[in-house]
Design a protein around this ligand. Structure first.
Ligand code: SF4
Length: 296
C-alpha cells in the first residue's frame, strides 16, 4: 500500500524541488513521521548530498518535529496537566467562542535559528488558548513587535496559529510548556520540563545569541547547559539583570531582559525602549557574523 507522500519515492528518495522550500519539506516530514517514523529518520542518511542536508536543515527539522509531537502529548506534571485542561474547558468570557488548545505548547520558529528566545511558560489564555508560544497575549504583542522591528519576524502581530507568522533566524521556547496556575511553576515542574529545553539546545546547532526573558528563564537556560556538560565555575556564574550581556565559553552570547509581562510593562519597570534595545543588540551581534536564512 502506498503510504508515502508524493515527494518521497518507494526507493527512499525525498525529491526536493529547486528552489528549495522549507515549508514543503516540513509538510513532507510531518507526513513521513506520521506514517513511517523509522523510514523518515532514515531519510536523513539518504540525503547527505542534498542542499537541505548540507545546511543542516533536514536533521534539525525532523527532530524538532518529533520533539514537538512528544511535547504536545506530555502529561508528566499532573498539576499542570489538570490546570491547562480545566482552563481550556472553563475559558474566559472574552474568548468564550474559542476552541482552546489546552495542551503543552511546543517551541516555534526557524530550525536554523541563531537567536533563541527563552520565556517562562505559556499564558493560561494566551499560548494555552492559541497553541503557539507567546501568541494571543500582551507579552506576545511586545515580543513579536520587537522581533519584527529587528528583522526576526515577518509581521508584528501574533494572534493565532494560522496568522501567517514566520520567524527568520529565531526560535522561541519556554522553560515550562504548560500554563501554570498564577504563572508560577513548581521546582519539580521545571525539572520535569527541562529535558525538552536540553533537546532544543542540542538540535538548534547554529545558535549564537540567547535572550532570556526574566531571571527564571536565565537560570533555567544555564541549568540546562550545565546538564549538557557546559559547566561554569561558581565565580563565573552570571547573575541576571536587564541588559546584561555574558559571553559563555560554549560560544553563546547570553542577553538578559526583564520579561514583558504586564506586571513589568504596566509599572514601567520595562519600557518598549528598554526591550527593543535588547533585540537591537541581538541583531547587531548576529549581523557581525554571516547569515544565510531567508523566509520561505
Ligand atoms: S510542563 Fe513540561 S513536563 Fe510538565 S506536563 Fe507540561 S510539557 Fe510535560
Amino acid at each position: 500500500m502506498a503510504l508515502y507522500p508524493k515527494e518521497w519515492t518507494t526507493s527512499g528518495e525525498l525529491l526536493i524541488d529547486e528552489p528549495f522550500r522549507i515549508g514543503r519539506i516540513e509538510r513532507s516530514l510531518e507526513t513521513m513521521t506520521e506514517y513511517a517514523p523509522q523510514r523518515a529518520m532514515g531519510t536523513i542518511d539518504m540525503h547527505r548530498g542534498s542542499r537541505a542536508f548540507r545546511y543542516g536543515i533536514m536533521p534539525a527539522m525532523a527532530s524538532l518535529k518529533d520533539l514537538e509531537r512528544r511535547i504536545i502529548r506530555c502529561t508528566r506534571c499532573p498539576r499542570l496537566t489538570a490546570y491547562r485542561q480545566a482552563i481550556a474547558r472553563t475559558k474566559v468570557k472574552r474568548f468564550a467562542t474559542w476552541d482552546y488548545w489546552g495542551k503543552p505548547v511546543p517551541g516555534f520558529g526557524d530550525p536554523r535559528a541563531r537567536l533563541l528566545v527563552v520565556g517562562l511558560a505559556p499564558a493560561a489564555h494566551g499560548g494555552n488558548r492559541t497553541g503557539r508560544i507567546f501568541t494571543g497575549d500582551r507579552s506576545g504583542d511586545w515580543l513579536y513587535e520587537a522581533l519584527y522591528r529587528y528583522g526576526f519576524a515577518n509581521q508584528p502581530h501574533s494572534v493565532h496559529r494560522n496568522d501567517g507568522m514566520r520567524l527568520k533566524d529565531c526560535y522561541i521556547t519556554a522553560a515550562v510548556r504548560c500554563a501554570p496556575p498564577g504563572n508560577k511553576p513548581l521546582k519539580e515542574e521545571f525539572d520535569a520540563c527541562r529535558p525538552y529545553l536540553r533537546e532544543e539546545l542540542q538540535l538548534l546547532r547554529r545558535l549564537r545569541v540567547v535572550v532570556a526573558l526574566g531571571k527564571i528563564a536565565f537560570d533555567e537556560y544555564l541549568k540546562a547547559n550545565r546538564e549538557l556538560g557546559h559547566n561554569l565555575p561558581p565565580e563565573r556564574k552570571p547573575l541576571f539583570g536587564h541588559g546584561i550581556q555574558v559571553e559563555l565559553p560554549w560560544g553563546i552570547t547570553l542577553l538578559g531582559s526583564y520579561h514583558p509581562s504586564q506586571q513589568n510593562t504596566f509599572t514601567g519597570k520595562l519600557t518598549r525602549r528598554m526591550f527593543h534595545d535588547v533585540f537591537a543588540r541581538a541583531r547587531a551581534l548576529l549581523d557581525a557574523v554571516e547569515s544565510h536564512s531567508t523566509f520561505d
